[in-house]
Write a protein that binds this ligand. Sequence first.
Ligand SMILES: Nc1ncnc2c1ncn2[C@@H]1O[C@H](COP(=O)(O)OP(=O)(O)OP(=O)(O)O)[C@@H](O)[C@H]1O
Ligand SMILES: [Mg+2]
Length: 320
Amino acid sequence: MTTTYAVLSEGLEKRFGEVRALRGLDLAVPEGTVCGVLGPNGAGKTTAVRLLTTLLAPDAGSARVAGYDVVREQDAVRRHIGVTGQSTSVDVELTGRQNLRLFAKLHGVRGAAGRGRADELLDQFGLLDAADRAAGTYSGGMRRRLDLAASLLTRPRVLFLDEPTTGLDPASRNQIWAAVRALTAEGTTVLLTTQYLEEADRLADHIVLIDEGRAAVTGTPAELKARIGAYAEIVVASEAALPQAAAVLDQLTGAEPQLDALRRTVGAVSMDPTLTLPRIVRELDAAGVPILDAGLRPPTLDEVFLRLTDSANSRKELVT
Ligand SMILES: Nc1ncnc2c1ncn2[C@@H]1O[C@H](COP(=O)(O)OP(=O)(O)OP(=O)(O)O)[C@@H](O)[C@H]1O
Ligand SMILES: [Mg+2]
């Protein structure tokens, strides 16, 4: 069976004056999956979403969304997508219900069909009780859910969510996550950007780490973690022993160790699958480093991200 891609881009480039926001972004999101686009501030996430949703034209490269070209077939692309941007598009003067009915009208879902779909979504997002209050009185999480509901009025095949949970409390974040899972269960393809590695880890089938406008690394959350190996952490007996412990870890892992003076810990990501805890302890012992505790655990995605973008940067340095 051949894979059908809901989002497929090749060499997307976008410049804003001197700033090269995207420098050849390749993406391939199979239909019915969730793609998590991760990256630090300014990496180019929002720019990518704006290009893929036809809000901006690329300077170079091409992209197809739901099978349509984002430059030559803009109308068709727009008919098949939903978008929730980084800032909410809710009208604070209107009630939740009025907001959704207005969106329905704007998107050509008219009359009883529009009203019915609006009520269905209010229910699905737990907004029925607040449906007839002005959206201006909603909490941040409620507004974000209303926004998400609005982007679903047309039952899009591909949904773009730009940092859907930034600034939300854990309960609201869970509601958004549940909504995204429910959508994918119905076959919707979701491309979401996020700065939260945990979010990508929980929701995404595939993760794309964007660094300086390019996909630095791609893979499933498990693959990314496997490429890193393990995180070694040592608790030393005194602050004075931190540099010694760091030197030993540096030698064992080849990665620059992270020091935490307050917790008296030194940690480093190891890519070496043969590195064992006994070996770490032996080496520390041989170097005369007084330790209280040592451990080897799976890395978090944060650590994976730092390590992989670091090595992507050093590759670039080698090339130039
Ligand atoms: N309209 C614009 N005019 C000028 N520069 C822009 C414009 N839009 C984006 N940029 C620049 O392009 C780069 C990428 O921005 P983008 O908004 O895509 O990043 P991002 O990954 O979404 O960041 P964040 O996590 O902060 O939302 C940044 O350096 C930004 O300043
Ligand atoms: Mg952004």
